[in-house]
Write a protein that binds this ligand. Structure first.
Ligand code: ADP
Length: 542
């Protein structure tokens, strides 16, 4: 017998409807490309999303077609992606920092019919246009602009399309398993692969993101997603903001430390989300500008390991709690979030800080396990603290890559993350490394992340990446690639000495290479693949 309760499909449009019904006058402030600011609210965003949904319906697109966006975090982008998914189309957010060949590949792979773009990306569109013939409609996410019309005569303008429509539109109701959006992995470790989310997976993921043990969001928050909407939906933050009806501050392309400090102070941001490299820029700028970032109670960090020194700086200097989270495109992205338990309440500040370093616990909806080898289903680790391959399962985890027919999951239905990790007895996960980044020295594994975290603890090191270099005797040995703080005279020997009382001697890097900058991926992560190409033979050569 079924339960006798109402059924309502979990649809993305219902998030925006909720925000419009109960938080219509809550502000959404957005930085335009020309640095001016635009203020709107959930009521207007909802009305414009309905207008744009009608405009999309008038185009030659069918339920289930992909509509791509190539845009920064701004209010028009938020309106557009609710309009796309809400009306039954698939919102394909594209990372503009990918190489043109990768862009062409993913636009064609997704068979995008419409391409919506911020003005800044016109040169990119013109460069790839002849290679993306399935795109029939180009929409510039702005007001009419004669220069853009000249360069791309078939272009339509978002503001015109919205103004031509009225907001009398009811979001269609359809199966909650319908595809809602598409993201490609950022290609840090290989060719981008598509992950096709559903309305149901997205709404459940949003619920999990909002709860106190996750990001602890409420209508009182002022949220600043620094992580771009093209990086796994800004980790779902614009959905979560609608669910709780909080204020949203959208930084546009201005992700440098000084711009962010200003936005945080001007709008009293309470919670911000971004990758570690963003927070590094923010801390330097706050120091330079003398800001205390007073309003910010917490910042969410994920995407790559957060150096312990960064968590300590936020806590001690800015009274800001850093929430360390782990996730991936294949997990929508939230997998684990670090919040303390009641039993940790009476621990000392340093003991609590120690717990906060890990990547945290899974929220309801996610299961995690550690196995001995990649794609293993038999040797599941029962020993607490044992290191192995991390596998996950849950309501918002990928089943197949987009367009792929080959089985992705293990025979018992788990997704192998490619990460090496351990779990403690309280269910807190610590990521040691990506399997591909581990260093195998004389048959023993060395975690590159651990070595990076130590180097980052040195006050004169601005950025550190550790890679495996080939070694005649040991197969591989760690090499540290580091960026010095400006004008620092620090030497290779001083950094190597710094490791001595912090790690086993055989794990200390063989060499330090100083560089001016470490190459970053499109999502702001250190591109170790590139460093490996440059330095893999450095120990053989010397
Ligand atoms: P890509 O694999 O192309 O970088 P993703 O953004 O999906 O794209 O990256 C997911 C990966 O990022 C994870 O598998 C993990 O290796 C790494 N990662 C994410 N969050 C963390 C974290 N908090 N600590 C360490 N690694 C992390």
């Amino acid at each position: 017998m079924y339960g006798q309760m109402m059924f309502k499909p979990l649809l993305i449009s219902s998030l925006l409807e909720h925000a419009a019904n109960f938080h219509a006058d809550t502000a959404i402030i957005s930085k335009n490309l020309d640095t001016s600011l635009h203020t709107t609210n959930w009521g207007e965003v909802s009305a414009n999303a309905k207008r744009f949904a009608k405009a999309l319906n008038a185009l030659n697109v069918q339920h289930g077609d992909c509509v791509a966006t190539l845009a920064w975090n701004n209010y028009r982008h938020v309106e557009a992606w609710y309009a796309i998914s809400g009306s039954g189309l698939i919102c394909h957010t594209i990372n503009p920092r990918l190489f043109p060949e990768q862009l062409i590949f993913i636009v064609n792979d997704a068979k995008d019919r419409v391409l919506i773009f911020d003005k800044t990306f016109l040169p990119l569109i013109l460069a790839i246009k002849t290679h993306i013939s399935n795109v029939e409609t180009f929409i510039c996410l702005d007001a009419y602009d004669e220069d853009i019309k000249q360069a791309l005569p078939e272009v339509q303008f978002y503001d015109d399309l919205v103004q031509q429509q009225t907001a009398d539109y009811d979001w269609p109701e359809f199966d909650e398993l319908t595809a809602s959006s598409l993201c490609y992995t950022s290609g840090t470790t290989g060719h981008p692969k598509g992950v096709l989310y559903s309305h149901r997976s997205t709404v459940l993921h949003t619920l999990a993101a909002c709860i106190p043990d996750s990001l602890n969001l409420s209508a009182q928050d002022v949220m600043l997603p620094v992580v771009p909407m093209f990086h796994v939906h800004a980790w779902g933050s614009p959905y979560a903001a609608a669910m709780v009806g909080c204020t949203l501050i959208l930084p546009g392309p201005y992700l440098d430390g000084e711009s962010l400090v200003k936005m945080i102070d001007d709008y009293q941001v309470t919670v911000a989300l971004g990758v570690p490299t963003i927070w590094q820029g923010l801390i330097s700028a706050a120091q330079k500008l003398g800001s205390q970032l007073c309003s910010m109670t917490r910042n969410v960090v994920g995407g790559s390991a957060c150096p312990p020194s960064m968590i300590a700086t936020f806590k001690q200097d800015y009274h800001c709690e850093t929430i360390h989270a782990w996730g991936m495109t294949e997990a929508s992205p939230l997998g684990t979030v670090n919040q303390l338990k009641a039993k940790h309440k009476d621990l000392s500040a340093s003991e609590q800080a120690e717990i906060r370093l890990s990547q945290g616990r899974p929220p309801f909806g996610i299961q995690v396990r550690i196995v001995n080898q990649e794609n293993d289903t038999t040797s599941i680790q029962q020993d607490v603290g044992a290191i192995g391959n991390l596998q996950i399962k849950g309501h918002w985890i990928v089943k197949h890559y987009f367009g792929a027919s080959d089985a992705l999951l293990t025979s018992d239905g788990w997704f192998d993350t490619g990460d090496i990790a351990r779990l403690n007895s309280d269910g807190y996960l610590t990521i040691s490394d990506r399997a591909k980044d581990l260093i195998k020295s004389g048959g023993e594994w060395i975690s590159s992340v651990e070595l990076e975290n130590i180097a980052m603890g040195h006050p004169e090191v601005a950025m550190a990446a550790v890679i495996a270099a080939k070694h005649e005797k040991w197969d591989e040995r760690p090499v540290l690639v580091a960026v010095k703080q400006p004008n620092s005279p620090i030497t290779e020997m001083e950094i190597l000495d710094y490791y001595h009382d912090k790690i086993a001697k055989w794990q200390i890097p063989d060499k330090v290479i100083f560089v001016d900058a470490i190459p970053l991926s499109g999502t702001g992560k250190m591109l170790k693949r590139k460093l490996r190409e440059d330095f893999v033979n450095i120990l053989l050569d010397s």
